[in-house]
Write a protein that binds this ligand. Structure first.
Ligand SMILES: Cc1ncc(COP(=O)(O)O)c(C=O)c1O
Length: 386
């Protein structure tokens, strides 16, 4: 089986936000969806549902087969034993994070985050009244690092949550065991609940290892809720399904007190597509990851010529290039320049918080041909500036 790369024409025929949001002359490299055809077993499952007009209310949880697939995967890939841990199916990771913030803390409790950070983290802290406590990542050589001294100085009395993004969006960092241990130690000392978004765990490149923070020990696990989904790695974000894995029954109990009706109904495709992704699609994932690694490296090679003045630090995971455009003096939001002059839609840096000023995120999960078109357009726009 070869990874199926879709043409621009076929991609534009899709009805999704990535390809429909901007006018047709814009190449989209923004929202976190991939331009590859999804794995065949998932497509076959959806086709079979369509063939049977199986669009009725789905079975209600629990889904023992999905929970078995989760347990098997976490054990095999990360040495994480989740059998027996309470699990909740949620419509998406961000919904799960919002419910956890609402139910596991009180109004005004602070939420430690490491910006620049995936924008909906900021929205979640704001919308739930659990305000952000900023512990910005710092640039350290070719990469980004957690500033532990600053962390100690900002954790205030009322901080209640550590909202961790690992692997980290947009930097592409995969935090090391040492870093995670230091974070966990701070969480223990300050009695923080750890909400760990590990949605990108399957998109880690060779040479780096993803470590679920809940595996650091029983004390850490007992205060952790981990969010996982097949949606990023298997490109099924529109099917809306994610799992929250609870490190202790009491966290689960409190989370479950949130009114079910406010969570909305489940998508008929989501849970089964996730089970199929985790159980039958690893060949596809391997090919996809190899292709993405090629794109990541191509960007590293091409950036000095094609994007002069832009600094690109290779990610250890994810298909995001977090482009440091500050030296170009394009203002706070280089996105505007590249949309206007190159007709390329990047993800605006300020969506990741004020620490994203002067940056933009490029999604390189596309064919090499389209990636080159994007680079060429960006290069032309920079050359035209003189
Ligand atoms: C770190 C992170 N968490 C969550 C999501 C979104 O997940 P969901 O659609 O399940 O809320 C994304 C999407 O890009 C992400 O990068």
């Amino acid at each position: 089986m070869r990874l199926e790369l879709l043409s621009v024409q076929r991609l534009r025929a899709r009805r999704n936000n990535k390809w429909r949001h901007y006018p047709d002359d814009v190449l989209p490299a923004w929202v976190a969806d991939m331009d590859f055809a999804a794995a065949e077993p998932i497509r076959e499952f959806i086709a079979e549902m369509a063939e049977n007009s199986d669009f009725c209310y789905p079975l209600k949880p629990p889904y023992p087969q999905l929970e078995r697939a989760l347990a098997e995967r976490m054990r095999q890939r990360f040495g994480w034993q989740v059998e027996g841990s309470p699990v909740e199916l949620v419509n998406d990771v961000v919904q799960g994070i919002c419910i956890a913030l609402k139910t596991l803390g009180d109004a005004g409790n602070g939420t430690v985050i490491q910006p620049p950070i995936y924008g909906p983290f900021l929205e979640a802290t704001r919308d739930t009244g659990r305000p952000p406590v900023f512990n910005p990542l710092v640039i350290s050589g070719e990469s980004y690092a957690i500033d532990f001294d600053q962390l100690e100085s900002v954790i205030a009395e009322n901080a209640r949550f550590l909202l961790l993004c690992n692997p980290h969006n947009p930097s592409g960092r995969v935090f090391s065991r040492v870093e995670l241990e230091r974070l966990a130690e701070a969480a223990l000392r300050h009695d923080l609940v750890i909400l760990s978004d590990e949605i990108h765990a399957d998109l880690v490149y060779p040479g780096t290892e993803h470590i679920p923070i809940a595996t650091l020990g029983p004390e850490v696990e007992a205060r952790t809720v981990t969010f996982v989904s097949a949606s990023k790695a298997f490109n099924t974000a529109g099917l809306r399904a994610a799992l929250a894995v609870f490190g202790s029954p009491s966290l689960h109990q409190r989370f479950s007190a949130f009114p079910r009706r406010l969570r909305g109904g489940l998508n008929a495709f989501g849970a089964e597509a996730m089970r199929i992704a985790w159980s039958e699609c690893d060949d596809w994932l391997q090919q996809t990851l190899a292709y993405l690694e090629g794109n990541r490296d191509l960007l590293a090679q091409a950036a000095p010529q094609e994007l002069p003045g832009v600094t690109y630090r290779k990610p250890e995971a994810t298909y995001f290039a977090w482009l440091d455009c500050r030296a170009l003096m394009l203002g706070e939001e280089p996105f505007d320049f590249f949309l206007r002059e190159a007709r390329v839609a990047l993800e605006p840096g300020l969506n990741f918080g004020p620490q994203g000023a002067g940056f933009a995120r490029l999604n390189f999960a596309t064919s090499k041909e389209i990636l080159w078109q994007i680079l060429t357009r960006m290069n032309d726009s920079l050359s035209a500036r003189g």
